[in-house]
Design a protein around this ligand. Structure first.
Ligand code: ADP
Length: 422
């Protein structure tokens, strides 16, 4: 069957059309037929990037870094509905399309960022599910509305297809209360649902599954720490296949230092700054989410490549940002190993985790006492490639594994339709 997977942001729609079914999943023989991205929805012009892949193998390269320039073209789309119509137009185009009609699309998998406590797995979207996603808008005011817009638009043009929601938060619903509760009065949790939800669940789930394939040992038998390091960054402790703790919290602000987000910080700081500088709620929010992290510390950029470059040229604040970034990862490596009573594997993924040998090396530096030893040559070799980067004698396996969230959307979509639980 042909599954369209959609990842709708506030001004973008990322998509892949994947040929898959239960048998292909079993044999790992899914094929990505086409992929693309509509960016800057509502701007003039918007941008379409599109790539027809046909018989390319399953593992996809990083979309935005690899699409050749001619595939980036200006288009005019005012909203999500038009963007999705455009996606279908290009997929069915006589020359560069991969299907002859939208009817050939058998199902759609939608990324939904927040499923609250209600959604613990991926689900077939019904009116009740839509209501549930709406109810979580208060937890993800930027993301869930965009995800819903994508669903409505897609339902309009593909009314007879089954649609499936795949949640970013669902994987972390296995955390115990001691990990997901904050030290606030318990009534606050009961009344407002204030707790750790965690994010990037689809990525943490995929790379831990992939590790099982690479090692021949299923994640259910392992203690794994996954580090998803992109513009947003989070780490997860996976104890025998279950997420038992994760660094992002009630919102994606908590935990590691990120491109523009603070990560962990004493909450009183923001009360103090807001009072001193007379910040509005919106300004305080923007300070913590958009002007902090790597950008705020370095004053150079939120982009790790530029920070590494500036640090190599001697920029002291860029060096400090790098130091802070890796130090916080190291702290959580120790903390999560302690939480699980040990660790068998550490995985790095996301744009930084997959590509920055420096961040991987520095984050693991000095962790020989807990059995973590990175091999310099292997680490250098695995830039943008999958592989083991620890030494032969390292007790803990350290890995670089490119994430593939789209594959999880597609697989969950098939399983939901076929009524297979996993
Ligand atoms: P998003 O969270 O938006 O999906 P990505 O996973 O694509 O982001 O990660 C983006 C980050 O990855 C940026 O900070 C970028 O600089 C970093 N990155 C990409 N390639 C490299 C590289 N070769 N070396 C270091 N950092 C890189």
């Amino acid at each position: 069957m042909k599954v369209l997977v959609l990842n709708c942001g506030s001004s973008s729609v990322k998509f892949q059309l994947i040929e898959t079914d239960l048998q292909r999943i079993d044999q790992q023989e899914e094929v990505v037929l086409a992929q693309g991205l509509v960016e800057k929805i509502g701007f003039s012009p918007s941008i379409l990037r599109y790539q027809r892949l046909n018989e390319n193998p399953l593992k996809m390269p990083e979309l935005k870094d690899t699409l050749p320039a001619p595939d980036k073209e200006p288009i005019e789309v005012l909203g999500h509905e038009e963007a999705i119509q455009y996606v279908l137009k290009v997929l069915t185009d006589a020359e560069r399309g991969v299907v002859s009609s939208p009817d050939e699309i058998d199902a759609v998998g939608h990324r939904v960022v927040h499923g609250g406590e209600r959604f613990q797995t991926s689900v077939l979207i019904t009116d009740e599910v839509v209501e549930g996603i709406h109810a979580c808008v208060e937890f993800a005011p930027l993301h869930n509305p965009a995800n819903l817009k994508g669903y409505y638009a897609c339902k309009e043009v593909l009314p007879n297809c089954p649609h499936v929601a795949v949640f970013d938060t669902a994987f972390h619903q296995s955390m115990p209360p001691k990990a997901y509760l904050y030290g606030l009065p318990y009534g606050i949790y009961q009344k407002h649902g204030i707790r750790r939800y965690g994010f990037h669940g689809i990525s943490h789930r995929y790379v831990s599954y992939r590790l099982g394939q690479l090692t021949g040992v299923h994640r259910d038998e392992l203690r794994i720490i996954t580090c998803h390091l992109g513009n947003g960054c989070s780490m997860t402790a996976l104890d025998h296949g279950r997420s038992v703790d994760t660094t992002m919290g009630f919102t994606p602000l908590e935990g590691l230092l990120m491109g523009t987000r603070t990560g962990d910080m004493d909450p009183s700081i923001i009360l103090s700054i807001a009072a001193k500088e007379e910040l509005t709620w919106g300004e305080a929010n923007s300070l913590m989410n958009k002007h902090s992290g790597l950008l705020g510390i370095s004053g150079v950029s939120s982009d790790m490549r530029e920070i590494e470059k500036a640090a190599a040229e001697g920029n002291e604040r860029a060096k400090l940002a790098l130091d802070m970034f890796s130090y916080r990862i190291k702290k959580y490596l120790g903390a999560y190993a302690a939480a699980m009573g040990g660790v068998d594997h550490v995985i790095f993924t996301g744009g930084i985790g997959e590509n920055s040998e420096m961040v991987r090396r520095d984050s693991c530096l000095g962790l020989g006492f807990m059995g973590v030893e990175v091999d310099e040559q292997r680490n250098k070799k695995c830039v943008g490639h999958e592989g083991k980067i620890s030494t032969e004698s390292s007790r803990v396996g350290v890995w670089a594994i490119p994430t593939n969230e789209e594959l999880v959307f597609a697989r969950d979509t098939v399983r939901c339709i076929e009524g297979v639980t996993k």
